[in-house]
Design a protein around this ligand. Sequence first.
Ligand SMILES: C[S@@+](CC[C@H](N)C(=O)[O-])C[C@H]1O[C@@H](n2cnc3c(N)ncnc32)[C@H](O)[C@@H]1O
Length: 349
Amino acid sequence: MDNQEQKHKRRVRYKGTHPKTYKEKYKELQPEKYPETVAKVIQKGSTPVGMHISICVKEILDFLQIKPGQTGLDATLGYGGHTLEMMKCLKSQGHMYALDVDPIEIVKTRERLEGLGFGSDILTILQLNFADIDQVAGKAGAFDFVLADLGVSSMQIDNPDRGFSYKKEGPLDLRLNPEKGISAAERLRTISKEELMGMLIDNSDEPYAEEISHGIISEIKKGKEISTTTKLQQIIGDALEFVPADQRKEAIKKSCQRTFQALRIDVNSEFEVLYQFLEKLPDVLTKGGRVAILTFHSGEDRLVKKSFKQLFRDGVYSEIATEVIRPSAEECNINSRARSTKMRWAIKA
Ligand SMILES: C[S@@+](CC[C@H](N)C(=O)[O-])C[C@H]1O[C@@H](n2cnc3c(N)ncnc32)[C@H](O)[C@@H]1O
């Protein structure tokens, strides 16, 4: 090694006045203060950080046919975009219930909707899993309309502290409610290779399930922690070393997406709670009550389709969507997160 190389020191990172953390970095996190920034980000086809753009709003409202005086349930409040549009249809008459398991975002959404004039006279927000819709109906009575917009919100994905995205360094958590259950990092600590492979295949059809599981379990066996999003991304990258160089980058990206999705489904028991929700749905709907569900991957859509079809055959639903409804090309251009959306609906007999 020559002298010069020995002397070389890593450049000290300029701290200056640049924003350092996620919270300091994005003006979009204060939409009231910077409306032009928010409008510009949306115009460019992106979702402003700290916001969620609601999907298929027109299709949902066209189907639900909400009338003043009705009682409705938004099973997945999120940013409250759909809740807001549904409440507008009530024209100050009737009531809207809204659920979310996320204790962090629910507080912000409640505050935002109250600020827009939608308080407890028209809206009841509950931190509850939609698997327990029977509990809400027990108090509220049956619903004339129900919406479920499954999965995660943009705010959850964009917040590195939540660990939902492999693109951002953060703790490997992936819980919708970080106060309950175990994080994805903890889950990986004790899982067997076979179970992990099954999870990757069942939850997201991962073609490299064997290689990725081998990579993860080898690391754990060496006594190493997989506690961050980027560490998991690196292991997936290493596991896919054998993919031809010209295809590797894309293959790693797709496998990261699928692996994170599979882990998220697992730590939040997403299939189990969706199954319970679908089972309880008919009992919480009024006669003629309408339900619309937005799904984002084939596993979810399969469950919804199967339940609606079976209950239609049994005469519990009088009508169901014969074909899945997709967001328009225009909507997908404005909001890339809409591209995988499928909407299905049913009407209670
Ligand atoms: C796609 S976002 C909903 C966005 C919302 N429709 C809007 O317009 O802003 C999904 C939300 O559902 C919540 N969620 C997911 N599974 C849930 C469950 N089992 N029970 C209650 N909320 C759930 C997530 O925490 C997230 O906030």
